[in-house]
Design a protein around this ligand. Sequence first.
Ligand SMILES: C[C@@](CO)(OP(=O)(O)O)[C@H](O)COP(=O)(O)OP(=O)(O)OC[C@H]1O[C@@H](n2ccc(N)nc2=O)[C@H](O)[C@@H]1O
Ligand SMILES: Nc1ncnc2c1ncn2[C@@H]1O[C@H](COP(=O)(O)OP(=O)(O)O)[C@@H](O)[C@H]1O
Length: 274
Amino acid sequence: MLTFPNAKLNLGLYVTARRPDGFHTLETVFVPLPWTDALELLPAAPGQPTSLGLSGRPIPGAPDTNLCVRAYALLQADFPQLPPAQLHLHKVVPIGAGLGGGSADAAFALKAANELFGLQLSTEALESYARRLGADCAFFIQNKPVLAREKGDVFEKISLDLAGTACAVVYPGLHISTVEAYARIVPQAPAHPLRAALGAPIETWRDTVANDFETALTPTYPVLAAIKQQLYAAGAAYASLSGSGSAVYGLWPGQFEAPALSWPAEYLVWRGQL
Ligand SMILES: C[C@@](CO)(OP(=O)(O)O)[C@H](O)COP(=O)(O)OP(=O)(O)OC[C@H]1O[C@@H](n2ccc(N)nc2=O)[C@H](O)[C@@H]1O
Ligand SMILES: Nc1ncnc2c1ncn2[C@@H]1O[C@H](COP(=O)(O)OP(=O)(O)O)[C@@H](O)[C@H]1O
């Protein structure tokens, strides 16, 4: 079975408290970004163990630490009838970019195994396996815009009309560790609660929708502010860091595509419609 795990963007991100377990509570909106890896899941050939083939962008770490292999192993622990699997991941979405690529691979591996081997797991059951793999991961099970709270894994419906919104994603190639990014934040309540702020026209978001990681990381990585400024100079109605970075996106509502931007291809990694 061939699947296409997509990236995500965060529209606003507030780190509201530190939890006793060291994690943080969040208020953020996740939206799918239609930019994908490719992940194939097949039963392994008879007598062969579970394996992972890789192509595309290099992923650090041994294959058994890869999130899609860990996702499959999690199911195997509860469903001993699952055979060894042959996985192949073609990595397109940059790692450590705040685009959730690894989390998407894990969630799509769970969904593919469920379908291919007829496990009949409900959406809720798949989400609870996903939560065990990473805070971001559960979002990719339903993979539609949601307001997320708690660790970023408890969801509320939100209606957002982003149809016909052009988007550009600029990735300066900095791999910012999520742990390091959280360590720089002093949690606080959002100045403008996200549901109300995102309900207003996109043009107003610049003054009301923020990402706490952007504020915390920009002094160390001034390139993030420079990219954002250039996106606004190119007419974006809204621009922001996604997640804990380092990808920065711009939005152009009502436009077929983002205007031509002057970054080289290795920086301007994606342009399209949300
Ligand atoms: C920051 C966010 C925002 O959407 O996204 P990314 O920038 O990674 O895409 C997420 O919270 C990233 O979620 P995810 O990448 O799944 O994190 P996990 O693997 O579960 O946790 C990695 C580490 O981040 C910290 N962490 C994560 C989630 C959370 N709510 N509080 C935390 O403090 C913890 O130190 C944890 O050990
Ligand atoms: N399939 C995978 N794709 C990307 N990263 C992976 C994968 N499996 C494990 N990882 C690890 O997960 C971390 C990055 O996860 P990712 O979700 O891409 O981050 P971010 O959301 O910050 O962009 C890295 O430490 C990387 O080595």
